[in-house]
Every structure is written in C-alpha cells, then in structure tokens.
Design a protein around this ligand. Structure first.
Ligand code: EZ4
Ligand code: CO
Length: 408
C-alpha cells in the first residue's frame, strides 16, 4: 500500500481548516487534520513544501516508522507547527490502515473499552439569566456535563462567552475572528477571582449537585491566584479547572496542587509528552487536554495517555471547533479504545463545516460515538471545500487596564 499522492487542502467553511489527503496505489484515500488556529498556513507550508515530497512512494502501513522518520529527520524538535504536521500524516495513515483492514479505527487500537463517550458542551452567558438559559439549552441537546463561562463585571470582553442563539453576529463569540488584526480583549484578575465562585454557587443551587461542571481559566492566573480559585471553588465540586496557569514551567502546578483538591486539567497548547513529563510523574494534574491534531497524532497521543494511565491521570482531549471533524473523529476512536478515558470536549461544528466534512460520528443522550465505518468515518468533499477559500483569521489577545499584554 504505497502512497501515490499527497495533497494539502485549505478550506474555510465556518473557519479555516488544513486537511491532508493521502492516496495509495490500492485506491484508498486517508485524511488527516493539521489545523493550527490562527497560524493555519504555516502547517500547510510545512506539509506541502517539506513533508509531501517525503511521503510519495512510502509504504502507508509503516505508521510508527513514518512518525519516527518525520520527527527525527527534521532535526528541529517539537513545536506546534511540526507536531500538527506530523499529526496530519499520522492520522491519515491510521485512516488508511483501518480502511485497508475494513474496520473502524478503534478496532485497530484494541477495540471499544466502553459504549459511548461522555461529552461536555460549552454553556456561557453575559449574566446569570443568559447563563442559565444556555445551560438549559445544552441539557435539552443531551449534554450531561457542562463547561461554564461568564462575563465578569469590570471586564468588557472575556474568553468563552457567546451571545444567545439568534442575536446579531457581531455579538457572537468567535475565537478566531476573520480580521487583519487580532481582536483586543481586556483582563482584571481581581474582578475575575471575586466573581467566578459566585457564578458556581448560583449554578449549583439552580441545577443541583449531580451535574458535572467544568471551567476554563485559559492561562490567566499566577500559581498562587490559581490556588486561591481552586480552594474557593471546592464547595461547588468541579469536574475540573482547566489551564489555571500557564505551564511552560511545569513546576508551577505544584503550588496549585498543594493548596486545592479541585481537579486540574491542562495541555491544549502542549504538543509532546515532554510538556507533561513532570506534570504526570509528580501527579500534578488529573486530565490531559492535548488535541490529537496538535500532539503528533494517534501514535503520540496513545503513548502519552498510556504514560498518564500509570498515574491514574485521564484523558480530556481538546475538541473545540478549530479541530476539524477529521481531528474530532481521531479523538473519538482513541477515546473509545483507551482504558483511562475521562471526558471529551464537544462543540458542534456549523452547517457549512458539516457540508465539507461528511461524518458518521453520533451524539446521543450526552454520549459521542465514532461510528462503524472503516477508517475514521469522515470524508472531505473537495467540491464543497473549494467553495470556501482561506481567509486570514487571528485569535484575540489580552491587555490589562494599564495596557500591558496579558496571557489570553
Ligand atoms: O481557546 O481552541 O478549551 N477550549 C479552549 C478553546 C481554545 C481554542 C484556541 O484555538 O480553550 O476554546
Ligand atoms: Co481550554
């Protein structure tokens, strides 16, 4: 099963996606997701200019060898662009192998370890009434676990809050705006730390003790501030507190951990197992948040999650809409096969994205399932993709009141 063609398709139905298409001499087609939100064309170039020429003629069955070859022959190690490009190749090769075997990918990873995958949705609101409506809407859609983000009095534009359905698009929270410049948001740590525990107190008293609740701090706090928030949230029994502090310095989490029993999730901006080395072996976290798409694909994520399993640390694979349906499907097959599955993030894609990417995965009663088609179960429609050309898009960024740039 040799690779005869490799092409990179950049399409922008609801947002930009970078997709790798591999074709073999058996006539099979495999798909990989290499989308890196706000830096999409760098991965497209890495693939087209530097990887595609190396793939032609290679045996598509040799997944581990191809992974090691791409990782080690680049010489320059790690990094989001490299690891997203390797992930695209790796996932496309797994898609091909599973199609060649005539099996859904999870069968090749050891078979199903569960019947379905608990997914959490993103509820948000500019005030309590809007937030409660959003939570109720998510419960109506079947979600059984909910991430809660709200506006904060004293902050004008904050991460994770989207306007209710039906409102004008300019109020719609879209984390990668199609604009020539990144949108500026503002941040006030003291206002945030005062407000968030009150929000969770209100949500718990309205929705009761059972509903798993999550919250994303999105890298904004110092370790001691994160420790305080974790303690303040303990009465509301969070499923996890995510990205409470930036973790280039992995030891930062040690301080948070010593102060709070609120479970900690981290890693959506990481791209290799090395970013987790201390976090996992010293048991400083509870959930691994990497995306299959950003962390070297199925091959590398499987090893990372097996390492985490030795320490009773579970998966919480990144699943925002900037992961394409190809990347989501890869996550779902891995989730279904591993023993230490925790939860899966799920933000539904828009109609245009679903038109470009034909999918077989399902969402019923709060549980995702990757479906039973051979391979990943996602096929890109190239005619539909061609209708949506690339448009530059940037993630927002933050400034403090005095104008200092802050983590977003
Ligand atoms: O901001 O995927 O947990 N989810 C997140 C996401 C990230 C975006 C960045 O591209 O933090 O919303
Ligand atoms: Co996050």
């Amino acid at each position: 099963m040799n690779i005869t063609a490799a092409e990179v398709i950049v399409t922008s139905p609801d947002r930009n996606f970078v997709t790798l298409k591999l074709t073999t001499d058996d006539g099979l087609v495999g798909w990989g997701d290499g989308t890196l939100n706000g830096r999409e064309l760098s991965v497209a170039s890495y693939l087209t200019d530097h990887v595609v020429p190396l793939l032609l003629g290679r045996d598509a069955h040799r997944i581990e060898d191809t992974w090691q070859f791409l990782y080690r022959s680049a010489y320059w190690r790690r990094g989001p662009v490299t690891m997203a490009a390797i992930a695209a190749v790796d996932v496309a090769l797994w898609d091909l192998k599973a199609k060649a075997a005539g099996m859904p990918l999870y069968q090749l990873l050891g078979g199903a370890s569960r019947n379905g995958l608990m997914a959490y949705g993103h509820a948000s609101g500019r005030d309590e009434a809007e937030l409660f409506d959003s939570i109720r809407r998510h419960l109506d859609q079947g979600f059984r676990s909910i991430r809660v983000q709200t506006s904060v009095p004293g902050i004008d534009a904050v991460y994770g809050v989207r306007a209710p359905a039906g409102e004008e698009p300019e109020h719609h929270y879209e984390p990668a705006l199609r604009a020539a410049q990144p949108m500026e948001e503002d941040w006030d740590t003291r206002a945030y730390l005062r407000h968030i525990p009150r929000v969770f107190e209100a949500v718990r008293s309205e929705f009761g003790p059972e509903l798993p609740l999550l919250h994303d701090v999105h890298h904004r706090l110092t370790p001691i501030q994160a420790a305080r928030l974790g303690k303040d949230l303990e009465p509301y029994d969070l499923f996890w507190m995510e990205d409470c502090t930036p973790a280039e310095n992995q030891d930062a989490l040690r301080l948070v951990r010593q102060h709070t029993t609120t479970p900690l999730a981290i890693g959506e901006v990481f791209n290799t197992v090395w970013d987790y080395q201390t976090l996992i072996k010293d048991q400083l976290i509870d959930y691994v948040r990497s995306a299959v798409t950003h962390t070297g694909g199925i091959t590398a994520m499987r090893k990372l999650l097996d390492y985490a399993a030795q320490y009773q640390i579970k998966s919480g694979i990144h699943g925002p809409t900037d992961i394409s349906p190809v990347g989501m499907a890869a996550a779902l097959h891995l989730d279904l096969a591993i023993h230490n599955f925790g939860i899966q993030e799920y933000m539904q894609h828009g109609d245009a994205t679903n038109e470009v990417f034909r999918q077989t995965f399902s969402f019923e009663n709060g549980y995702l399932h990757p479906g039973h088609q051979p391979g990943l179960g996602v096929e890109l429609d190239e005619d539909a993709a061609a209708k949506f050309p690339y448009r530059p898009a940037y993630l927002p960024y933050n400034r403090l009141k005095d104008g200092t740039v802050h983590d977003w």
